[in-house]
Design a binder for this molecule. Structure first.
Ligand code: AMP
Length: 498
């Protein structure tokens, strides 16, 4: 029987089921391809006996383990829809997702089972702990055959991080996931010779789909780490070939003296995404390791949409070109902007999701009837076709009626001596509507520069920060994204008359 995504993921590994799929940082085998898929097919049986029918959601809030990867594959084999949840979500937050998605089964850590049973509704609660054990295995039987599922059937619902309003469930089909991983495997040249360091969480599109699916599809091996761990990554590097990370992986590794050319000699590819990589990180990484990081751009709703080239120039500060098969345009409302102008990125292609779960109005707002998805990311395309993201539409500051793109101001501040990084936000202001505020993190080398004076001759007055705040670090989520909403809330009263 044919199951679109599982057939694709299993293909390369089915030819050599005894080959090691996952290893630890020392290189010791953890599980073979055959064991991975066999365990997944047994879990598919467990889910079926727990009542999962094709199309049913299986919500999962568990630590990163190989068993959790098997649960993902097993859900898809059972014809179900995998719904991973950030392990940081509280019971109240999980209650919203469970109420919205009405899963048939909810799998959680045994320590959370008591709390979550109270909000699980009709869902059957099963457990899986950080050691890969739990009641999920109580009813383990023989492997079952994958349930037939076609290209357009749903394989997963991933909730967006919900920085504005309610979190929305992005519905992803078998073909959305399979086609994107195939494109990335080919573009980034993943083969069965690769060993990918897998240190990203698997409740998010980056670690779950980009890293896991690409590795499986290519028949590549993974160094499977429960989370970011500089020691483990540096230990794994000499016997690995690729790393996928968020920008903070790279800045943290750069802070470690052990990182150098020798250690990275066996590596062929370092990929970054999910948040903007500072040009300075790109440059430092090349100086230290001899490798240019390949930056790509995507989001929960679209999988990956653009990538810097494998062979051509990987340009720092840009996210490269649209992926093969993906169309990209830059819009100002209903009209495409002139080349080089800033507007909102729209993408169309087999990567674009099927809409938001049970939110037809939200879907209609963001997904046009002809298939173009309005990403909300603002960018421009240069003469050579490289896409540069300048920020999220909602992060744009409108001061005195003029648009200020945070990235332009951040770029200048970041380049000042003594500055590690910065975040530019808009804060309510009685005269200007919003005022530009710069939150600056010093690099620890000495005095923080006078940002106001340094920018005075470089930027139009309306773009210059009206206030500079110095912090030890910027608030970030687990994917390394700066939480500008938290900063806006924190400093909302800055210009209130006292
Ligand atoms: P998520 O849906 O959690 O993956 O978040 C997607 C958002 O992350 C995008 O809409 C972008 O705003 C941002 N993002 C992802 N990759 C990049 C990148 N390489 N550079 C800048 N922003 C990025």
């Amino acid at each position: 029987m044919s199951n679109h995504l599982i057939d694709a993921l299993k293909g390369a590994s089915a030819r050599a089921p005894e080959r090691v799929f996952a290893m630890n940082a020392e290189g010791a085998a953890l599980c073979s391809f055959g064991e991975l898929f066999d365990g997944a097919a047994r879990l598919a049986g467990v889910l079926q006996r727990a009542g999962v029918q094709p199309g049913d959601r299986v919500a999962v809030q568990v630590a990163k383990t190989l068993e959790a990867v098997q649960l993902y594959l097993g859900t898809v084999m059972a014809g179900g829809v995998f719904l991973p949840l950030n392990t940081a979500y509280t019971t109240d937050e999980v209650a919203y997702f469970v109420g919205d998605a009405e899963p048939r089964v909810l799998v959680c850590d045994p320590e959370r089972a008591g709390d979550l049973a109270g909000i699980a509704g009709d869902a059957r609660v099963l457990t899986l702990d950080a050691g890969g054990k739990g009641s999920l295995f109580d009813d383990l039987g023989d492997p079952v055959e994958p349930v037939a599922r076609g290209a357009g059937d749903l394989a997963a619902i991933l909730y967006t991080s919900g920085t504005t309003g309610r979190s929305k469930g992005a519905m992803l089909s078998h073909a959305n996931l399979a086609s994107n991983s195939e494109t990335l495997r080919d573009l980034w040249r993943f083969t069965s010779d690769d060993v990918l360091i897998h240190a990203l969480p698997i409740f998010h599109t980056h670690g779950l789909f980009v890293a896991t699916n690409v590795a499986l599809l290519a028949g590549a091996q993974v160094v499977f780490l429960p989370g970011f761990d500089a020691d483990a990554i540096l230990q794994a590097m000499p016997h690995a070939t690729a790393l996928m990370g968020v920008p903070t992986f790279y800045t943290r590794l750069l802070a470690d003296d052990r990182l150098g050319r020798d250690r990275a000699a066996n590596m062929r590819l370092f990929i970054s995404g999910s948040a903007p990589l500072l040009a300075s990180t790109h440059e430092e990484w090349e100086a230290r390791t001899g490798h240019r990081i390949l930056e790509r751009y995507g989001m929960t709703e679209t999988n990956m949409s653009t990538s810097n080239p494998y062979e051509g120039e990987r340009r720092a500060g840009t996210v490269g070109f649209p992926l093969p098969g993906v169309e990209l345009r830059i819009m100002d409302g209903e009209a495409e902007v002139a080349q080089g102008e800033i507007g909102v990125i729209e993408v169309r292609g087999p990567n674009v999701f099927q809409g938001y779960w049970q939110m037809p109005e939200k879907t209609a707002e963001e997904l046009r009837p002809d298939g173009w998805f309005i990403t909300g990311d603002q960018a421009f395309v240069d003469a050579e076709g490289y896409v540069t993201i300048v920020g999220r539409e909602k992060d744009m500051v409108i001061s005195g009626g003029f648009n200020v793109y945070p990235k332009e101001v951040e770029g200048l501040i970041d380049a000042l001596p003594g500055v590690k990084e910065s975040a530019v936000i808009g804060v309510p202001h009685p005269d200007f509507g919003e005022a530009v505020v710069a939150v600056v993190v010093p690099d620890g080398s000495g005095a923080v520069p006078d940002v106001g004076a340094a920018l005075a001759g470089k930027l139009a007055k309306f773009k210059q920060p009206k206030r500079v705040i110095v912090l030890d670090e910027l608030p970030r989520n687990t994917m390394g994204k700066v939480q500008k909403k938290a900063l806006r809330e924190e400093y909302a009263g800055l210009f209130e008359p006292s």
